[in-house]
Design a protein around this ligand. Structure first.
Ligand SMILES: Nc1ccn([C@@H]2O[C@H](COP(=O)(O)OP(=O)(O)OP(=O)(O)O)[C@@H](O)[C@H]2O)c(=O)n1
Ligand SMILES: C[C@](O)(CO)[C@H](O)COP(=O)(O)O
Length: 248
């Protein structure tokens, strides 16, 4: 397979950062809180700045946060990082709005966009390269993901309704089940239009791949890494702090 650099289709990163981080808590949204010495968002930005195939980086920010000085402190390297006030009430609206601005800015409609959660600071240039190499010649796009390792239990619904401890009702076969990570890599306009449809139809879409799947695409699943887990709860924050401190 040829190098991604030979592809006429360029690659760009898009980081949605308009979430509240309510499950983590704290004074600031989690992506702007200091984790092992710098704002959590800085780690993912660094990984994309260091990835030679990434041409430009676009960050979807809540309009309420766009003038915050933290954003200025995040400028780094010689690659353009564009902070845009495109944050919306849901992740998919933030991504859709930011993709719309990329098209207005003249990014080619079939360029590759790698959408990555600001809350996954464990991403590395090696994982980004692996995704691009595997996906850049596909038609459907693809995403990092990890095969499920644990045994899966379905809890009884009655207990959940009554507020009691749940019981295992049955075990669900985990064969062929993967946990979706990010980056998720799709063509700019195809992804924009897929998210637009999903939002209009109020479809249950929690990542870019699910919007593409609704249109019949079958995105490639490329094995990611445990270190690329999403920081959602306080226990994730503590674990990520240990990991990032140890990698310094
Ligand atoms: N309206 C939203 C909601 C989420 N995100 C972003 O989507 C990514 C994944 O979301 P998650 O980690 O679940 O973050 P929050 O929505 O902030 O978390 P919570 O549900 O705990 O508030 C994060 O980079 C987050 O900032 C976004 O840009 N716009
Ligand atoms: C995009 C994602 O990180 C893939 O695992 C995930 O779907 C985001 O989930 P959340 O519902 O915003 O927590």
């Amino acid at each position: 397979m040829g190098s991604a650099n030979q592809s006429p289709r360029k690659c760009h990163a898009l980081l949605p950062t308009a979430g509240m981080g309510s499950r983590l808590g704290g004074e600031l949204p989690k992506q702007f809180q200091e984790l092992a010495g710098k704002p959590m968002l800085a780690y993912a930005l660094e990984a994309f700045v260091q990835s030679p195939q990434i041409e430009s980086i676009w960050v979807g920010v809540s309009p309420n946060f766009i003038d915050n000085p933290i954003l200025k402190s995040l400028a780094m390297g010689n690659k353009p990082i564009h902070f845009l006030p495109t944050g919306g009430p849901t992740r998919q609206e933030t991504v859709r709005n930011t993709l719309g601005e990329l098209m207005k800015a003249g990014i080619a409609v079939d360029d590759w966009i790698l959408v990555h959660d600001a809350a996954r600071p464990g991403i590395t240039p090696t994982l980004i390269e692996k995704l691009i190499q595997a996906v850049h010649q596909s038609t459907a796009g693809g995403l990092l993901a990890v095969p499920l390792a644990d045994t899966l239990k379905l809890a009884d619904l009655d207990a959940a309704i009554a507020g009691n401890l749940p019981h295992a009702e049955k075990t669900i076969p985990r064969d062929h089940l993967w946990q979706a990570q990010t980056p998720q890599m799709f063509a700019l306009k195809k992804l924009h239009d897929a998210l637009e449809d999903a939002i209009r139809l109020e479809a249950h879409v929690t990542d870019e791949a699910s919007a593409m799947e609704l249109l019949g695409f079958k995105p490639l699943l490329i094995e990611g890494a445990t270190r690329n887990f999403k920081v959602t709860h306080p226990a994730d924050w503590e674990l990520m702090q240990l990991l990032l401190s140890a990698s310094k």
